[in-house]
Design a protein around this ligand. Structure first.
Ligand code: ADP
Length: 273
């Protein structure tokens, strides 16, 4: 019997976002639809101004769309008030940013404990969970180091530990290797692959073709719409247990013909500037 595909984790239907600046309207998203299923590893690419950050803000529940539907684990977000949105965000989504966004003076364990305090976890339990998360990212021996005592790669690992400590459904990363040298960036991408193989769903926004190439699926944006959506089989991308093999080899053309898998490997995001 054929296996049914994993459940949708995020469902975006006909989303628009219009920024109004005085009398000028900027249509940053123009009726965009996207489903990401549990266990996927997706890169979102596109030229500057194509709407990647706007989409990331929507996926991360950091901003509201002008119209359209956005569901996280089946829960529609548009009717939620500010507090319910924050709860949903804290429960389901972990963020990783280009510049790490760590507190300047706090030691690593403290940085990772913080989201747990917001979630009402006891201090003792938070300490234990933070320690485990730091161990998971390879920093079990750096619990008491402050950012200034850590390398860029280690700081990004602390940020990743902070993002995963309360076991979110989705890790949402914005140019996660953009502030790192290529070797360190490579280590971070390898860590992403490990987390992915443990069942975490990842969405990475990037303009870097090498970063995008590590994802299993590459979604290309242009002018506020998705113009390419390709699932690729990649030798260096570990297949997640949650995704059946049938979903990892089929290019999915959208509003314009998607490149073939071979083209995708050679040049995964041709429209990126
Ligand atoms: P990208 O991340 O791909 O560079 P953005 O989502 O930042 O694209 O921007 C998409 C469009 O929306 C651009 O034309 C940009 O100038 C505009 N835009 C983004 N944020 C704002 C904002 N806060 N106010 C007005 N216009 C914005």
């Amino acid at each position: 019997m054929p296996q049914s595909p994993p459940h949708p984790l995020i469902e975006i239907i006909d989303l628009t976002k219009i920024y109004r600046m005085g009398t000028v309207e900027v249509h940053a998203l123009r009726g965009l639809s996207l489903t990401v299923r549990v266990g996927e590893y997706v890169a979102i690419v596109g030229a500057s101004g194509s709407g990647k950050s706007t989409l990331m803000n929507m996926i991360g529940l950091l901003d509201r769309p002008t119209s359209g539907v956005y569901r996280v684990r089946g829960q529609a977000s548009q009717k939620l008030d500010k507090k319910a949105l924050a709860d949903l965000r804290n429960r389901e989504i972990g963020f990783v940013f280009q510049r790490f966004n760590l507190l300047a003076r706090a030691p690593a364990r403290r940085q990772v404990e913080l989201p747990l305090f917001y979630a009402g976890v006891s201090a003792r339990k938070a300490r234990q969970m933070a320690q485990e998360a730091l161990k998971k990212v390879g920093l079990g021996d750096r619990l008491h180091h402050r950012p200034e005592e850590l390398s860029g790669g280690q700081q990004q690992r602390v940020a990743i530990a902070r993002a995963i400590v309360n076991q979110p459904s989705l890790l949402l990363a914005d140019e996660p290797t953009g502030a790192l040298d290529s070797h360190t960036g490579e280590e971070i991408l390898t860590l992403f692959e490990e987390l992915h193989s443990q069942g975490l769903t990842l969405v990475v926004v990037t303009h870097d073709p090498d970063v995008a190439a590590r994802a299993h699926r590459i979604v290309t944006m242009r002018d506020g719409l998705i113009v390419g959506d390709v699932t690729q089989v990649s030798s260096n991308a570990a297949a997640p247990a949650a995704v059946p093999a049938t979903t990892t080899s089929v290019p999915q053309p959208v509003s314009e013909p998607a490149p073939t898998i071979q083209q995708t490997r050679a040049n995964p995001c041709p429209s990126v500037s």
